[in-house]
Design a protein around this ligand. Structure first.
Ligand code: HEM
Length: 208
């Protein structure tokens, strides 16, 4: 076994802050929606708005970081080993086969992760941010000049639908973290930067 460096300090900070904020937004959001009672409606609204502003700050910072460091390149989609990766998740990993793609600091994401995370960044998060901001400033700041006659109800429905997609992503994402070399090795890598991999090369390739 050897330890390889995978995640930078920024990536770990960004990942865990984003995770905590999204989970908190989901809790407060579904309380506003009426799914359960925890903080009380008024506090849930105020907490949700504060967490949303912090998330917006984090998003702006992470966009700046990804573009200045070239980190965005990790998300370039590729079809190389895509089918092999899919086959691995659907059957190979249950038979103890090796991961088809080797992870390195320069290539952290397998082809399936690239597609899913890109979709999250380009579709789901923008839907949540835009619908959330429209919700927040509905009837003010000349929003009606931008969205015309769209009812608040439709914006809320879009926001809640996005929230369900985010929750589904979260469940699948947490399950997928357990599919590394050991059930906790992926989480350990995101906490410590390092991942243990087998020294012996089993023909896996690293996707650039
Ligand atoms: C920057 C991102 C976000 C913004 C600006 C935002 C904004 C808002 C606003 C303004 C409301 C209405 C309550 C209020 O007046 O404050 C709301 C409700 C809600 N939010 Fe968010 N939100 C964001 C992210 C999220 C995320 C990530 C989730 C879930 C994962 C979420 C889930 C919900 C839910 C379920 C509701 C209740 C909607 C309803 O039933 O009317 N939000 N959000």
């Amino acid at each position: 076994m050897k330890e390889v460096f995978i995640y930078t300090r920024f990536e770990r900070f960004w990942h865990w802050c984003q995770a905590a904020l999204i989970i908190f937004l989901a809790f407060t959001g579904f309380e506003i929606h009426g799914s359960f009672k925890l903080f009380g409606f008024d506090k849930a609204v105020s907490f949700h708005r504060t967490a949303a502003y912090i998330l917006l700050g984090l998003i702006a910072f992470s966009i700046f970081w990804h573009f200045t460091t070239g980190g965005w390149k990790h998300y370039i989609p590729t079809s190389r080993k895509l089918v092999a990766q899919l086959r691995y998740y659907l059957s190979g990993m249950f038979k103890g086969e090796d991961h088809p793609v080797k992870r390195t600091e320069l290539s952290k994401l397998n082809p399936l992760q690239r597609l899913v995370y890109l979709g999250l960044k380009l579709i789901i998060i923008p839907v949540m941010v835009i619908s959330g901001l429209l919700y927040m400033f509905y009837g003010t700041l000349g929003i009606s000049g931008i969205i015309g006659d769209v009812e608040l109800k439709s914006i809320a429905t879009l926001h809640v639908l996005g929230a369900f997609v985010m929750l589904s992503f979260l469940v699948v994402h947490i399950y997928m973290t357990t599919t590394g070399r050991t059930p906790l090795s992926n989480i350990k890598a995101m906490l410590t930067s390092y991942e243990e991999i087998e020294e012996e090369d089993k023909g896996q390739i690293s996707i650039k």
